[in-house]
Design a protein around this ligand. Sequence first.
Ligand code: ADP
Ligand code: MG
Length: 207
Amino acid sequence: MLDAPLAEAWIRAVAAAVGKEEPRLTELDSAIGDGDHGSNLRRGFTAVLTALDGLPQAGPGAVLTKTGTTLISKVGGASGPLYGKAFRAIGAALPGPAGPAEVAEALAAGLDAVRALGKAEPGDKTIVDAWTPAVAAFRDSAATGAALPVAAAAAADAAERGALDTVPLRARKGRASYLGERSTGHQDPGATSTALVFRALADVLAG
Ligand code: ADP
Ligand code: MG
């Protein structure tokens, strides 16, 4: 079950991954954006860690909602509100400890929130291009009766493939879209950070 301690471990693992991969995210965003994606997420998740210290662990949802609210208030770039809304939606869908099917639906609600705010379609070279295959893989895996760690690993693999698959795409949303055709040939920073989010979940559930 994904309970409050595991939800907190997930977010702490995302914070660690974002800290470690900040140079890579910065490099990717320097190529097709303004170079701040790594620092935006590091700043955001550093604030999240502080917000989680001493938070009463009412349930996984409380942890994830707090994560989302903090990201919205601390990150100025496009990714702050997008990830913020996503984590709030995931949190709202997980009031108590949850199994694979419920976690799959919560992650789907996160994707819906990203799409409602950002209006990106799959193929637009955004967060959506990693998140969409990750949700599909999580759902398919859960539907076959897989345990949480197995479903989460399938989702992380799919998110990483989705991020790689953004390389040839032309950006149609966000700052990178200003580059038009010149945005092709580079991996999307946001899809790359989404893969970190899903890999962190898989790692934490693998124990
Ligand atoms: P900013 O673009 O404001 O500098 P960041 O650099 O933190 O913000 O985030 C850039 C990432 O945000 C992009 O790589 C892309 O994946 C994601 N992004 C931008 N616009 C959208 C959108 N409308 N929908 C989904 N993701 C988006
Ligand atoms: Mg940027």
